[in-house]
Design a protein around this ligand. Structure first.
Ligand SMILES: [Zn+2]
Length: 495
């Protein structure tokens, strides 16, 4: 029997080996609640308003930090940092939609992927098999709406597997029924709290999508955002109360995070339409079966996009040197909707803007580099030469593109990335049609409102958290487990 009240309270680390009472290992746990799409300022304001008492208590006891997500700042890819400790592009998730130029993973005839819909199930097979997920490194785990599930038994996944919620999810997704999404969050919160109470999983990753759905449909200033955040607050309160009763709270790390921000959209660019008007045969979701297309347009979020050029070929053309594609890049840069245009040029990457000139970005053994050429598109005010990941982060921290240097270097080097990568200008996104939910707000881009996310922790951190990739190694350290090599993040919990 476990959970004899009062007994474990006085037990110190590793002293108890009696199988009838919980030992240390049995009580140490990490619970990560993800409020999908919540901006740091939104959470901060809600905490200050007094509407989220359980989360406010966590902030008082631990702390609220602002960290950088990844590019693209979009659900799916942006879960990889939490669950794999790595940036998504290099491990095979360059976006919510992507084109498989190698024809190795996606099927004939379109060779494209969209995680919006049934292909969501392909994520686990798409990610690099050599990169472990946190579920593969932990014992008993529990996931809810976790997107990446490799290593997590189906019985330990909430939300994605029951017919009832899948059906309801599909219906509400396609009708844009925001109240329906909030109700799904309530169901998930109830199931997660119950499963933690009953099964005592070592690791929990539970996503709540209400904030993102409300934001897309009504904006992140909508009063309904508070309804969505209250569900996370209620979940945290219940999980804590249960853990205190069971003597598990002292060894529980309870963290609340988000995967991306949000900002308003005033105008939608029909990106596929303008590329077609420039004389190219295009393929873009939902119309990916274009015969003999030459440009594939794969939008995420909807404020970022990959453009794959000359898609009938296995070879990647250059959007920097090839005149035909250079002309397409110039046309795109002339659009008000495009903020940054990122194009691979051999080992280096060119970052172009319409008004602030171009610069080169690359990563080598010496570190991260930024060299201004015709201007300073990222607004650093100087060049960066061989900076470490931390130094590159700190250099970019106050600019409009937090962690932009590291993020651009990684996405551009991703085998599945497009030859042209776009980050949208403020107030714009890249899809004007076919969205089930109205998009008055979007995300996906590299600018601050999309890239910065909150990290709320119930205990003070040992070192300053910088990125969402720091969460996975921190969880492993908190659980007393070895951190595998090759991660992009570092632990903010002391070993
Ligand atoms: Zn979203």
């Amino acid at each position: 029997m476990r959970g004899v009240y009062g007994v474990e309270a006085g037990v110190h680390r590793g002293e108890l080996h009696n199988t009838h009472t919980p030992n240390h290992k049995d009580r140490v746990s990490v619970v990560i609640l993800l409020a999908d799409g919540a901006r740091p300022d939104t959470l901060d304001a809600a905490l200050n308003s007094g509407a989220l008492p359980a989360l406010a208590r966590l902030r008082a006891e631990g702390g609220l930090h602002t960290v950088a997500s990844c590019f693209p700042s979009v659900t799916g890819p942006a879960y990889a940092p939490f669950l794999m400790g790595r940036f998504p592009g290099p491990i095979g998730l360059p976006g919510l939609r992507w084109f498989d130029r190698d024809r190795a993973r996606c099927r004939f005839p379109d060779y494209s992927r969209s995680y919006v819909g049934y292909q969501m199930r392909a994520v686990d097979g798409d990610i690099d098999g050599r990169a472990p997920t946190i579920f593969e490194l932990c014992g008993r785990s529990l996931g809810a709406l976790n997107v990446i599930g490799r290593g997590l038994p189906v019985r330990d996944r909430i939300g994605s597997i029951t017919v009832r919620s899948a059906l309801r999810g599909a219906v509400t997704h396609f009708t844009g029924n925001v109240a329906g999404w909030i109700q799904i969050d309530r169901d998930v919160a109830r199931d997660v709290a119950r499963r933690i109470r009953d099964d005592r999983p070592e690791l929990v990753f539970a996503a709540f999508t209400g904030v993102d759905k409300v934001s897309h449909a009504k904006g992140q200033n909508s009063p309904m955002i508070l309804d969505a955040l209250r569900i996370v607050d209620d979940a945290a309160a219940e999980i804590r109360a249960d853990a205190e009763r069971a003597g598990r709270w002292d060894e529980m790390s309870l963290w609340v995070v988000s995967d991306h921000g949000h900002s308003r959209v005033m105008a939608h660019e029909n990106l596929a339409g303008i590329v077609a008007r420039a004389g190219h045969r295009t393929m873009a979701h939902p119309w990916v079966y274009t015969v003999a297309a030459d440009v594939a347009i794969m939008v995420s979020g909807n404020a970022m996009a990959h453009l794959y050029l000359d898609v009938r070929s296995y070879a990647r053309p250059s959007a920097v040197h090839d005149a035909r594609w250079r002309a397409l890049a110039d046309m795109l840069l002339s659009r008000e909707s495009v903020d940054l245009l990122i194009a691979r040029d051999g080992e280096r990457t060119v970052v172009r803007t319409a008004g602030r000139g171009d610069a080169a970005v690359w990563h080598d053994q010496r570190g991260y580099h930024y060299r201004r050429e015709s201007g300073d598109p990222l607004g650093l005010g100087r060049d960066v030469c061989g900076a470490s990941a931390d130094a590159a982060y700190d250099a970019m921290c106050a600019t409009d593109y937090p962690d932009g240097l590291v993020q651009i270097a990684h996405i551009a080097a991703s085998p599945r990335a497009g030859e042209i990568i776009l980050s949208a200008a403020r107030d714009w996104d890249f899809r004007s049609k076919y969205e089930p939910i109205p998009h008055v707000s979007s995300h996906g881009a590299l600018h601050r409102e999309h890239m910065l996310v909150p990290l709320l922790v119930n205990r003070p951190v040992a070192t300053r958290p910088r990125r969402t990739v720091d969460v996975m190694p921190s969880a492993l350290v908190a659980l007393g487990k070895a951190v595998p090599p090759g991660l992009d993040g570092v632990s903010f919990v002391r070993d």
